[in-house]
Design a protein around this ligand. Structure first.
Ligand SMILES: [Zn+2]
Length: 186
């Protein structure tokens, strides 16, 4: 049962007393140097397996072949050594697809073109430009800034809405008083 590697591992670890059945015996893998229970989580598990099968066949049987430990039943519970549960691999379950996975949303850019709406002429109706700017920002829930003496720029293309919104807000401006200049460079 005690191979050379095992004896060395024990001496280096907890210096077990001789002639005593030592329940805290930890076996280290000669390939990855971790306790052999963890080998199965290593990326080069094949090498670990080969090493273990060759050097510690009884451990190999317990860990990989599901053989019962001679020290106790394979209850699947954490044993006296505080090891991970036997058959740990079986406990790592892949989440079922039917379980709720949470909701994600994303904004997807469809078009690189971005528009702003420029409004001029409100001041000619004695409308306070700052008040108008705030109104547009609230109404369209977007940025609006005063860019000139009688010019407001609203982020986004709201030109169609302007025909409804402006006469509604300022009855002195009729829909016919609004001229859509179309696409402008600035
Ligand atoms: Zn290993």
């Amino acid at each position: 049962m005690a191979s050379t590697e095992e004896a060395e591992a024990e001496a280096g670890a907890k210096a077990p007393k001789k002639n005593v059945s030592y329940p805290l015996r930890i076996l280290y893998c000669g390939e990855c140097t971790l306790p052999v229970e963890y080998c199965e989580y290593m990326p080069n598990n094949d090498k670990c397996k080969a090493w273990l099968e060759k050097n510690l066949p009884s451990e190999f049987g317990k860990i990989y072949l599901g053989e019962k430990s001679p020290e106790g039943g394979d209850t699947g519970e954490t044993d006296k050594k505080g090891r991970q549960k036997r058959g740990g691999r079986g406990n790592i379950k892949i989440k079922k697809k039917s379980e709720p996975q949470g909701v994600t949303i994303a904004r997807v850019q469809r078009n690189k073109k971005k528009y702003v709406t420029r409004i001029r002429g409100l001041a000619t109706y004695d409308i306070d430009l700052e008040q108008a700017r705030k109104f547009f920002a609230n109404r369209f829930a977007c940025g609006a800034s005063r860019t000139d003496e009688d010019e407001i720029v609203i982020q986004g293309d709201v030109t169609d809405d302007i025909f409804d919104v402006v006469p509604e807000k300022w009855p002195e401006i009729d829909e016919d008083n609004i001229d859509d200049l179309g696409d402008q460079k600035r």
